[in-house]
Ligand binder design. Structure first.
Ligand code: GLN
Length: 483
């Protein structure tokens, strides 16, 4: 059994195809792991294994089961976005992302824990329980897709999907020693993904290696534009499985504004600098570029995302979904339901967002933040005239202790410093593990122009081969190359 769990997903799929392993055996092995979850990674597991659909051995994803963030609607299955307000809600339909992966042969293993409505960077905002980092159980796994990341890093799931609005795929991937890819905005359908900030939300994979990320992305985009999501688009190419081993001729830009020693922990910076050297060893050219407005990304994001959230979350009123509190008049039903159903961070965002959108302040906050967003996108456009890819640390620090930042929202928001600019610009970005600091994983973020996912994956693959990071916490801690 443990041998089975040691297989990479590519090896597991290979064994299934060769007839040495059945999809049902694979699913039950992981299910057993998930049932014994001590990390708080899963919010829900099916009573009976789901996913008759697409588990055939000849399906492209060969029955390798998928952990799904609890923000994705799945027909008839409890879907809460880790909020009390959605308690008891069972959607009448399934998110396109989940449906496409199941159809390609990756049945859903279970629903993973997250920050309530994807608001957070530590997974401590879940209304149910916090998630623990498999590398060190007294530390956070990152957020908001912390359950998906912890499940994969802890060996409870072979691979997973999450969502990223300002960093929620990349940051937990970074803190858990995994690969996390946020695709170009619009590349993956948002249909059936509970909305946080609609102009930023994207679904993407959290996996043990770059090849797995490419494989999941391939099947997420393969069906083309989804008529159910008006912001989804056809991906212009097929997603290739990366094979490159070098970075010959690639021009890579380093952004001083996002890798400055004042904001990035020393141990993270050391791994970052070592990775730049590695890029040069692999034949890439490293040069300094500037994204002059990126340092305002965080301020703009924390106006825009709450503004959109305040509108999106107005639908939870006790009438249509989940929780209903109060039995008096309609207004008190709304008030009681929302007071009981939403957690503190969600309430904070609704208040911030409503204020930023209120007449008299709209121009000063929302309008100005939109202009900053445009400037950041222009900065990237100018940068990509000079370089092929832009690199930064993913997170300013390694995984922090549970409780360490909960009392200080500003410190928590700083976790997103390096990931938010790409979200505002709608660009694809991948985080790969690049080494250890204090015995904990450090992520390296690579960003490219819109729809350059194949280029990103190729570069990430070459670097991954050279770095040789071991994504298993047990083995990694015992002597992973902190090269
Ligand atoms: N941590 C950021 C926030 O709290 C990003 C979350 C996300 O990407 N969903 O908004």
């Amino acid at each position: 059994m443990s041998e089975l769990l040691d297989l990479s997903t590519a090896q597991a799929a290979q064994s299934v195809r060769a007839g040495d392993l059945s999809p049902a055996e694979l699913l039950s092995a992981y299910r057993e792991q998930a049932e014994a979850d001590e990390l708080g990674a899963f919010l829900w597991l099916p009573e009976e294994p789901l996913g008759v659909m697409g588990t055939a051995a000849d399906a492209p994803l060969a029955g390798v089961p998928l952990a799904v963030k609890d923000i994705f609607c799945v027909e008839g299955v409890p879907t809460t976005a880790a909020s009390r307000i959605l308690e008891g809600y069972r959607p009448p339909y399934t998110a396109t992302a989940v449906e496409r992966l199941a159809a390609a042969g990756a049945p859903m293993l279970g629903k993973t824990n997250m920050d309530e409505f994807a608001m957070g960077s530590s997974n401590e905002n879940s209304a149910y329980e916090p998630v623990r980092n498999p590398w060190s159980p007294d530390r956070v796994p990152g957020g908001s897709s912390g359950g998906s990341a912890a499940a994969v890093a802890g060996g409870l799931a072979p691979w997973s999907i999450g969502t990223d609005t300002g960093g929620s795929i990349r940051q937990p991937a970074s803190l858990c020693g995994l690969v996390g890819l946020k695709p170009t905005y619009g590349a993956v359908s948002r249909y059936g993904m509970i909305a946080f900030a609609s102009s930023l939300d994207q679904c993407g994979p959290i996996t043990r290696d770059v090849t797995d990320a490419a494989l999941l992305l391939r099947h997420l985009v393969a069906g083309g534009r989804d008529p159910c999501d008006s912001t989804s688009v056809d991906f212009p190419q097929e997603i290739e499985l990366p094979s490159s081993e070098d970075l010959g001729g690639l021009r890579v830009g380093v952004v001083p504004e996002l890798s400055d020693a004042a904001t990035i922990d020393a141990g993270v910076k050391t791994v970052f600098d070592a990775t730049l050297e590695r890029i040069e060893e692999l034949g890439g050219g490293v040069e300094q570029i500037s994204l002059p407005h990126s340092e305002h990304g965080l301020s703009a994001y924390y106006v825009l995302a709450p503004a959109e959230a305040s509108a999106n979350l107005s639908r939870y009123d006790g009438v249509r979904f989940g929780l209903r509190s109060g039995d008096g008049d309609l207004l008190s039903l709304y008030e009681r339901t929302r007071a009981d159903g939403f957690g503190d961070e969600v309430k904070r965002r609704i208040m911030l967002g409503t204020y930023a959108l209120s007449s008299g302040y709209y121009e000063a906050y929302y309008g100005r933040a939109q202009r900053v967003r445009t400037k950041i996108a222009e900065d990237f456009r100018a940068a990509f005239e000079r370089v092929d890819l832009v690199v930064t640390p993913t997170s300013p620090s390694v995984a922090f202790r549970l409780g360490e930042r909960t009392a200080d929202p500003m410190a928590m928001y700083m976790s997103d410093y390096c990931t938010v600019p790409m979200s505002l610009a709608g660009l694809p970005a991948i985080s790969i593990p690049a080494g250890l600091s204090e015995g904990l994983p450090v992520g390296f973020q690579i960003t490219g122009p819109a729809f350059s996912e194949n280029r990103l994956l190729a570069a990430a693959h070459a670097l991954e081969q050279a770095i040789g990071f071991d994504s298993s916490p047990a083995r990694g801690k015992a002597g992973a190359p902190a090269r």
